[in-house]
Design a protein around this ligand. Structure first.
Ligand SMILES: *Cc1c(COP(=O)(O)O)cnc(C)c1O
Length: 396
C-alpha cells in the first residue's frame, strides 16, 4: 500500500496513514478521514495548521526575499532576535534550522566558555533520560544509551546525572564542568517536569563552579507551558536557551539565546548557511507576535488546566489502565500502567480520529496547537475515553 518504504530510509515506525491537509487543530488523510491533531507535528504547529497569519507571512515574505546569506544583514532576522532577546534573558541570538543544531551551538558555546578559563574545563553534565537531538554532539548530551550505542565513540566529556536529584548532581559537578544542560520539562522521555528546588539548586551549583546553565526549551518553550519560555514558570534563569520546534509554527527554524556571560562566539567560530534566513524568521516573528501576550498565554493555561483536570478524572475512572497525568500548560503526558502499551493505545486513538504522541516511559503526549478550542478539547477527551472503554472491555 505504501511504497514509501521502497524509497525512504527505515528510520521511523510510521502509522499507516498518509496525511494530506490540515486546518486549525484538524488534519485529514488522503482518504478524506478527519483527525484531531493533538500531536501538532510534535509540538511544532503552534497555531495549528494553515493559520491565516502564517499563510500570509509565508506568501508576503516569499515574494520579497527567501534567502540571502549571513554575509549580509536582513531585517526579519534582526526583528526576531530582538523579540526573543527582549522577551527572555536578554543577550544575543544565533539562528539555526532545528533543535539538534541549536544544542550543537550551545555545546560549542559551553566548550569555548570553559576553554577561555582553562584547558581542563570542558565537561558537560546532562540528565539521564534527557533528549537533546540526533547529531553527535547533541546525541552525546542525550542521556539514553539506546540512542547512542550504535554510534560510539561519541563526543568525549559528557557525564550524566539523575534528573531531579540534587544530591547526585552535587556529587558530579566540579571545576572541570563548563556547562549543565537540561530540559526544564523532559519531553521525549515522557513529560517529566523538573522540580523547582532542583532547578534552583542547579542554578546555585552552576554559579559556584562557574559553569553555564543551558535550558533546552526546544519542546517546552514557545508558549507550550502557558509561559512564553518554560524557565519563566520556575523563575530560574538559565545562561543559554535553545529553541526550535514551535518557533516557526511549522517552518524549520531553531535559535540559541545566550546572556552576556555566554556571549563568547566570534567570527569564524560558528555558522549556518540557512540559519536566520528572512523567510523562516518572518514566519517566526508572526508566531511570536501572535502568542506573546498575556491574553493568549492565559488561554493556553486555561486550556491546559481543563485538559489536565479531565484527564485526572479519567485516571480515577480507568485506574486499571492509567497511572498518572503530568505536565504544564498544553504539554501533558498520561502514563499507562505496565500491562497496557501506550504505543498500541495511540494506534487505537488514531483509528478513532485522534493523533497523540507516544513518549519514553509508556506515556502518551497531548500536544495540541496552543490556540486549540474548548470543543476540540472536549472531542479529544471523548475519543480518548471511548478508546479506554474499548480496551477495558477487551480485558474484562
Ligand atoms: C525534538 C527535540 C530536540 C531535537 O530537535 P530536532 O529539531 O529534531 O533536531 C532537542 N531537544 C528536545 C528537548 C527536543 O524535544
Amino acid at each position: 500500500m505504501f511504497d514509501g518504504n521502497d524509497y525512504l530510509m527505515n528510520t521511523y515506525n510510521r502509522y499507516p496513514v498518509i496525511l494530506e491537509k490540515g486546518k486549525g487543530a484538524k488534519i485529514w488523510d488522503i482518504s478524506g478521514k478527519e483527525y484531531l491533531d493533538f500531536a501538532s507535528g510534535i509540538a511544532v504547529n503552534t497555531l495549528g495548521h494553515s493559520h491565516p497569519k502564517i499563510v500570509d507571512a509565508i506568501k508576503t515574505q516569499s515574494e520579497k526575499l527567501i534567502h540571502c546569506s549571513n554575509l549580509y544583514w536582513n531585517e526579519p532576522q534582526i526583528e526576531l532576535a530582538k523579540i526573543i532577546s527582549e522577551k527572555s534573558i536578554g543577550g544575543k541570538v544565533f539562528f539555526v534550522n532545528s533543535g539538534t543544531e541549536a544544542n550543537e551551538t550551545a555545546i560549542k558555546i559551553a566548550r569555548k566558555f570553559g576553554k577561555k578559563q582553562n584547558t581542563s574545563k570542558f565537561k558537560i553534565l546532562s540528565a539521564i533520560d534527557s533528549f537533546h537531538g540526533r547529531t553527535l554532539g547533541s546525541l552525546s548530551a542525550t542521556g539514553q544509551p539506546k540512542y547512542q550505542e550504535s554510534f560510539k565513540p561519541l563526543v568525549e566529556g559528557f557525564e550524566y546525572f539523575e534528573f531531579n536529584n540534587i544530591e547526585d548532581i552535587s556529587k558530579k559537578i566540579s571545576e572541570e564542568v563548563c556547562a549543565v544542560i537540561l530540559e526544564p520539562i523532559q519531553g521525549e522521555s515522557g513529560i517529566i517536569p523538573a522540580e523547582k528546588d532542583f532547578l534552583e539548586s542547579v542554578r546555585e551549583l552552576c554559579n559556584k563552579y562557574n559553569a553555564l546553565l543551558i535550558f533546552d526549551e526546544v519542546q517546552c518553550g514557545i508558549g507550550r507551558t502557558g509561559e512564553l519560555f518554560a524557565y519563566q514558570a520556575y523563575m530560574v534563569e538559565p545562561d543559554v536557551i535553545t529553541l526550535a520546534k514551535g518557533l516557526g509554527g511549522g517552518i524549520p527554524i531553531g535559535a540559541v539565546v545566550a546572556n552576556k556571560k555566554a556571549d563568547v562566539l566570534e567570527p569564524g567560530d560558528h555558522g549556518s548557511t540557512f540559519g536566520g534566513n528572512p523567510f523562516a524568521c518572518s514566519v517566526a516573528v508572526t508566531v511570536l507576535n501572535e502568542i506573546s501576550n498575556e491574553f493568549f498565554l492565559k488561554g493556553v493555561k486555561a486550556a491546559g488546566e481543563y485538559l489536565k483536570s479531565n484527564l485526572e478524572i479519567l485516571i480515577q475512572k480507568f485506574s486499571q489502565v492509567l497511572k498518572e497525568v503530568r505536565g504544564l500548560g498544553l504539554m501533558i503526558g498520561v502514563e499507562f500502567k505496565e500491562n497496557f502499551s501506550a504505543k498500541d493505545f495511540s494506534k487505537k486513538c488514531l483509528e478513532n480520529g485522534l493523533l497523540l504522541v507516544p513518549a519514553g516511559n509508556n506515556t502518551l503526549r497531548f500536544l495540541p496547537p496552543l490556540n486549540v478550542r474548548k470543543n476540540e478539547l472536549e472531542s479529544a477527551l471523548e475519543i480518548f475515553e471511548s478508546c479506554l472503554k474499548e480496551i477495558t472491555k477487551e480485558v474484562s
